[in-house]
Design a protein around this ligand. Structure first.
Ligand SMILES: Cc1cc2nc3c(=O)[nH]c(=O)nc-3n(C[C@H](O)[C@H](O)[C@H](O)COP(=O)(O)OP(=O)(O)OC[C@H]3O[C@@H](n4cnc5c(N)ncnc54)[C@H](O)[C@@H]3O)c2cc1C
Length: 505
């Protein structure tokens, strides 16, 4: 079995936490390798509600540390990647006799506004729902609403941009590479990795191993390390439905359900509304996670309590589900389990250490990375200093409020682009949209069209720069054009990508 160089750190898992730790570590001067068994963000990190948020609801569970850290991260992450992260206003309709009293919501929003380092995000305000346009798509039940700020993120792109940046800084980043075993040998970790496409095996050595396998963190501990009786995380399924646009307002809605839970209805991908999420314990293999009929009915019923025009299963154009890998703190109800993360180092003195990552949110991934780097420094010696707070993810090197200016710039350089196409490219690639389009001066220069506004230049870019290997990587993670392409068009893309890979091999 061919053996690679020894690295300081080897990371198992290419979700947001693994990629975030790898990027931070390589930027501080450690040598880093990362293996992801499928595509980047193919686990939980593409199954989220996609909010960069403090988590208003977590205040009810007294998770002040987590809420404060998350609130502080909103503007840090927005500045790091203003193409894929942007502010969003949330409307929380209120009616007398509702599940939470107005004073409690006002107190929560007061804390929200004041404990989280808010500088650019606008503060909370009260809406008169007899006049505000936010009332338009809703039943005429509400005289009042609260409107507050949080952020939105393209979750899967945040993962791949962390992977890209880590690779740009010198990390070895591998997708479709499964870690099959890891053991301590002669004072180092020996890690066996299988290439899923070819079946070939490779060995790596590392001074420290990071288990960032998300919902598989316990599976990795039992299968890869051969441990018995592992139970650190509780898997909690959350599902979303996507329906044709229910409202024109750019604001999202925060609906409270009679069961104490909440759901969001969010403007999504220009033409759609995203509704979610559910919260139910999940015990099967996370790779098979799918929405259940019960969850579909729950989400439709919950949204129909608020929207004047009901949401029905027939309105659904897409669904997705993810398993939250929550640290098991013994809570009885799924929605009460802590959303905070826990980092645990294993290993006797003198042995190469293992760091297990339990839990964590998209919002806190950068801070989780910094905490992981503290553990790494304690275990194998310190290198570098924290640096990611003021960094930029690839394509994000423009001002936080500069999206419109970037769109105007791209249109002036590539006048043949439609408004919609230019806006989509800046959202996904930021300043790198120019490099992606290269010397194109006409639509014909973009190459083959695969459906909607997906052209060959973008597919080539995603294969060369972002590890895309299959149509699904592009249609459901690097972009959301899966919502637009027909099954025949998706097959055409898959055939093209397979052929391209064959020609390169
Ligand atoms: C329904 C839902 C809604 C959410 N909403 C939000 C939200 O709005 N805001 C927010 O901040 N957070 C949200 N979260 C939380 C957030 O999505 C997750 O906490 C986060 O994505 C977890 O990332 P991760 O890297 O730990 O796990 P993952 O993304 O699952 O990554 C783990 C990776 O490890 C890989 N892997 C496993 N075993 C191996 C192996 N042997 N070899 C190689 N690779 C392996 C897997 O393939 C996987 O890609 C939500 C989660 C869910 C489920």
């Amino acid at each position: 079995m061919p053996e690679q160089n020894t690295h300081d750190i080897f990371v198992i898992g290419g979700g947001i936490n693994g990629c975030g730790i790898a990027r931070d570590a390589v930027g501080r001067g450690y040598s880093v390798a990362l293996a992801e068994m499928n595509d980047f963000a193919s686990g939980t990190s593409s199954g989220a509600t996609k909010l960069i948020h403090g988590g208003l609801r977590y205040l009810e569970h007294y998770e002040f540390r987590l809420v404060r850290e998350s609130l502080m991260e909103r503007e840090v992450l927005w500045a790091m990647a203003p193409h894929i992260i942007w502010p969003m206003r949330f409307v929380l309709p209120f009616h007398k006799g509702g599940i939470r009293p107005a004073w409690l919501i006002r107190l929560g929003l007061f804390l929200y506004d004041h404990i989280g380092g808010r500088k650019l995000l606008p503060a909370t305000r009260t809406l008169d729902m007899r006049r505000d346009p936010a009332a338009k798509p809703l039943k005429a039940l509400f005289t009042k609403a609260f409107e507050y700020s949080d952020g939105w993120v393209d979750d899967a792109r945040m993962v791949v941009l962390n992977a890209r940046d880590a690779a740009n800084r010198g990390a070895t980043i591998m997708s479709r590479s499964r870690v099959t075993s890891a053991r301590r040998e002669n004072g180092l970790w020996k890690i066996d990795v299988q290439d899923k496409a070819t079946g070939t095996m490779q060995s790596f050595r590392a001074r420290m191993l990071i288990n960032a396998a998300g919902p598989w963190v316990d599976v990795v501990l039992s299968n890869t390390f051969g441990k018995n009786q592992v139970h650190n995380v509780r898997l909690v399924q959350g599902s979303h439905i996507v329906v044709k646009k229910k409202f024109d307002d750019p604001r999202a809605y925060f609906f409270q359900n009679p069961d104490g839970r909440i759901i969001f209805a969010i403007p999504y991908e220009t033409d759609y509304t995203l509704i979610g999420t559910t919260d139910r314990d999940y015990t099967e293999d996370p790779k098979n996670i799918r929405i259940t009929e019960e969850e579909i009915n729950y989400l439709c019923d919950a949204a129909s309590e608020y929207f004047a025009e009901p949401v029905t299963p027939d309105d659904i154009v897409w669904t997705y589900s993810g398993a939250r890998p929550l640290f098991d703190d013994g809570a009885t109800k799924a929605q009460e389990a802590t959303r905070d993360y826990v980092l645990k180092v294993e290993g006797e003195p003198g042995e190469p250490p293992l760091l297990n990552v339990f839990g964590g949110k998209l919002t806190t991934y950068r801070r989780l990375g910094e905490h992981a780097l503290e553990k790494i420094a304690e275990s194998i010696g310190e290198k570098g200093a924290p640096w990611t707070a003021k960094s930029k993810l690839p394509g994000g090197d423009f001002p936080a409020t500069g999206y419109e200016a970037e769109v105007a710039k791209l249109k002036s350089g590539f006048a043949f682009l439609s408004e919609r196409h230019a806006r989509r490219l800046v959202r996904l690639y930021g300043t790198l949209a120019t490099a992606l389009l290269g010397s194109a001066t006409t639509t014909a220069d973009l190459g083959r069209n695969f459906g909607s506004d997906l052209y060959e230049v973008e597919v080539q870019w995603l294969m060369a720069q972002e590890w895309a290997r299959h149509a699904d990587d592009i249609l459901w993670r690097r972009t959301k054009l899966g919502l637009k392409l027909t099954p025949a068009e998706a097959d055409g893309l898959e055939d093209y990508m397979r052929e391209t890979i064959r020609n390169v091999a």
